[in-house]
Design a protein around this ligand. Structure first.
Ligand SMILES: [Zn+2]
Ligand SMILES: [Zn+2]
Length: 161
């Protein structure tokens, strides 16, 4: 079982899988999250929701022959990942801030640093800090907020920059 663990491409921490997480947003969208840095790893094939699977396949096409190589390795297949900027078109027609997404050119997987989603999530700073504030709890609560942002993005068309 230990061999099945995926590791955070940033800090090597074992990622929490969509099967073991208590958050439905994570299990539905096939999101693995890092309890250390709150980064999110997604895989089209792990997504239980048709919307996210389709969106991830679509995003994947943007990485197969484009994007810049990055230093990090795909947590799923250990291929070198690529990075590119995406903007999402909001319902009012305006675009979100650019979001840097790391994608694997081999499998349909993605890595999102917590800081990327934070940029378009104005409420992220305000989660309660009066209770236990272990790094793990904070990262999990942060990841949960980020997953909601991501869920919103899944419903918006994206624009290649
Ligand atoms: Zn991490
Ligand atoms: Zn991969």
């Amino acid at each position: 079982m230990a061999d099945d663990n995926l590791h955070c491409p940033r800090d090597g921490t074992i990622l929490i899988s969509p099967e073991t997480t208590k958050h439905t947003a994570f299990s539905q969208h096939g999101i693995y999250h890092c309890p250390e840095c709150a980064g999110l790893a997604l895989h089209a094939k792990a997504a239980a929701s048709a919307i996210s699977a389709e969106k991830l396949e679509e995003l994947h096409d943007g990485f197969t022959d484009q994007g810049a190589p990055v230093e990090i390795l795909c947590p799923f297949c250990i291929a070198g990942m690529r990075v590119r900027d995406f903007a999402f078109r909001k319902l009012d027609g305006s675009l979100t801030e650019l979001i840097e997404i790391d994608g694997c050119p081999s499998c349909s997987s993605f890595w999102l640093d917590a800081s990327e989603l934070q940029r378009i999530s104005p409420t992220i700073e305000s989660y309660p800090s009066n209770q236990e504030t272990s790094t793990e709890k904070t990262a999990t609560s942060e990841a949960k907020t980020l997953s909601i942002v991501l869920e919103v993005l899944f419903h918006l068309p994206f624009v290649l920059i």
